[in-house]
Design a protein around this ligand. Structure first.
Ligand code: NAD
Ligand code: NA
Length: 399
C-alpha cells in the first residue's frame, strides 16, 4: 500500500516500514561507528524494547557488545492495508539486522505488566539463554492493569497544588500559546500515576526473574527517569509523574536488597529530554525540547536516544575500571549536557521571548517535527513515499 503520514491530534496514526527500518539502521550504524571494545553485557532483557530509549538500549547492547537480546513490548502487528505500529516495524528491522550479524534476538509482544508475559519471557530465557546479565526497564505507558488485583490504573500528566500556566506549542502548526493545566483533584490521581509509572512493576519483574533463577551473578538492572529544568518542574518533576519517578528511585534499594546474594545492582538513569512518542504528549515539554535542540545543536552537543544509550553503556554502566559514576543521590546522570549551566541559561533566555512569530528562527521546532515524523518512518531521504510498500512486515521471532 502507499503509506503517507496521517495525524490525529498530536499523534501520527500511520507508519512507514521502510522508514522505520532506516531509523533502526541509522542507529545500528552509529553504534558500530563507535568501535566499542570494552567488556559489556552479554545476555540482555529489554522491557519496552521497541521504541525510544528501550530500542536504543537494545541496539547498543547488540551492536556495541554483540549481546544476545530478548525484547518485550506492546505493539500492533501489520495487517492487510493497515500498517503495524512503529515499534512493530522497528523490531522487525532490528531482528533482521541482528540475524544477519549472527546475533541472537527474540521478542515477545504483550502486556509487560501481566504475570503471563513475565512467565513467557522467563521460559524463553530459560530455553535459549539460561540467564541474563542486564535487565533494562524502559516502559512508558498511560495505563496499567495490576496483575494481582485486575485494577486498571490510569496515569495523569498534571501539576500538584495550584493550576500551572506556561507556554506551550502545537508542534504541527508551530503555534505558541499559554496553557493552563489544572492540578490533580485528589491524592488518588497521584497514587494511580505511581501505580503505572512507579517502581512496583520493575520490582515484580526482578522478583520473578530471580525466583526463576534466570539472573546471572553480578546482574545489573537499569530504569529510566527524567528531571529537567525549573520551567517544566510543575508539570514533570514536581507533578504526578515526578512522584512516580521518586517511587521508581525508591525501588532501587529494594531491588539491590533482592539482588544482594547475586552481587547484583540496580540503577536509575536520569536521561535527557528528547522527542519520543511519550514525551510529545506532555504539555510545555515539546516547546522546551525545541529550544533545547536549537541550543545543543549550536554547541555541537546534541544527542538523540542512541547517543544517550551509547554513553550510558560505555561511560556509565560498563566503564573500563568497573566504576559506575553516580550523583549525590546515587543516580546515573546522562542528562549532564542538557543540564549544563550555559545550556540552561540560553534556553531560559529564549523561553522568555519565544512566540508564534519568532519560533521558527529561535527554536528548532522544524527539527522537532522532523524527528517526530521520523519516529513513524517518514521524512527520510531516498524513500519514495508515493510508491507502494509492503505493509505486511513480520517480526521474525514472532509468527
Ligand atoms: P516510548 O514510548 O518510546 O517507549 C515505550 C516502550 O514501552 C515501547 O517499547 C512500548 O511498546 C513499551 N510498552 C508500553 N506499554 C507496554 C506494556 N503494557 N507492555 C509491554 N510494553 C509496553 O518511551 P520512552 O520515551 O523511550 O520512555 C522510556 C522511559 O524513559 C520512560 O521511563 C520515560 O519516563 C523515560 N524518559 C523519557 C524521556 C524522554 O524525553 N522521552 C527522558 C527521560 C526519561
Ligand atoms: Na523505550
Amino acid at each position: 500500500m502507499i503509506i503517507q503520514p496521517r495525524t490525529r491530534g498530536f499523534i501520527c496514526i500511520t507508519t512507514h516500514p521502510e522508514g522505520t527500518a532506516k531509523n533502526v539502521h541509522n542507529q545500528i550504524e552509529y553504534i558500530k561507528s563507535k568501535n566499542i571494545t570494552g567488556e559489556g553485557p552479554k545476555k540482555v532483557l529489554v522491557i519496552g524494547a521497541s521504541t525510544g530509549f528501550g530500542l536504543s538500549s537494545r541496539i547498543s547492547a547488540a551492536f556495541g557488545y554483540n549481546a544476545a537480546t530478548v525484547g518485550v513490548f506492546f505493539e500492533k502487528p501489520a495487517a492487510p492495508n493497515k500498517p503495524g505500529t512503529a515499534g512493530w516495524y522497528n523490531t522487525a528491522a532490528f531482528e533482521k539486522e541482528a540475524q544477519e550479524a549472527g546475533l541472537y534476538a527474540k521478542s515477545i509482544n504483550g502486556d509487560a505488566f501481566s504475570d503471563e508475559i513475565k512467565k513467557q519471557t522467563i521460559e524463553l530465557i530459560k530455553k535459549d539463554l539460561g540467564q541474563v546479565d542486564l535487565v533494562v526497564y524502559s516502559l512508558a505507558s498511560p495505563r496499567r492493569t495490576h496483575p494481582k488485583t485486575g485494577v486498571v490504573y490510569t496515569s495523569v500528566l498534571k501539576p500538584i497544588g495550584e493550576p500551572f500556566t506556561n507556554k506551550t506549542v502545537d508542534f504541527h502548526t508551530a503555534n505558541v500559546t499559554d496553557i493552563t493545566i489544572n492540578p490533580i483533584e485528589s491524592q488518588e490521581e497521584i497514587d494511580n500515576t505511581i501505580a503505572v509509572m512507579g517502581g512496583e512493576d520493575w520490582k515484580f519483574w526482578m522478583e520473578d526473574l530471580k525466583e526463576a533463577g534466570v539472573l546471572a551473578e553480578g546482574v545489573k538492572t537499569v530504569a529510566y527517569s527524567y528531571i529537567g529544568p525549573e520551567l517544566t518542574h510543575r508539570i514533570y518533576k514536581d507533578g504526578a509523574i515526578g512522584m512516580a519517578k521518586i517511587d521508581l528511585e525508591n525501588t532501587v534499594p529494594v531491588i539491590n536488597n533482592l539482588l544482594a546474594d547475586l552481587n547484583g545492582v540496580s540503577y536509575v538513569s536520569v536521561n535527557k529530554a528528547l522527542v519520543t512518542q511519550s514525551s510529545s504528549a506532555i504539555p510545555v515539554v515539546p516547546l522546551y525540547v525545541s529550544l533545547l535542540y536549537k541550543v545543543m545543536k549550536a554547541k555541537g552537543i546534541h544527542e538523540g536516544t542512541i547517543e544517550q544509550m551509547q554513553r550510558l553503556f560505555t561511560d556509565r554502566l560498563y566503564t573500563a575500571d568497573g566504576n559506575v559514576p553516580l550523583d549525590e543521590n546515587g543516580r546515573i546522570r546522562i542528562d549532564d549536557l542538557e543540564m549544563r549551566e550555559d545550556v540552561q541559561k540560553e534556553v531560559d533566555d529564549l523561553w522568555k521571548i519565544v512566540t508564534t512569530e519568532n519560533i521558527n528562527e529561535i527554536s528548532d521546532i522544524e527539527g522537532y517535527r522532523n524527528e517526530f515524523f521520523q519516529l513513524f518512518g517518514f521524512n527520510y531521504d531516498n524513500i519514495d513515499y508515493e510508491a507502494d510498500t509492503n505493509e505486511l512486515v513480520t517480526v521474525p521471532s514472532i509468527s
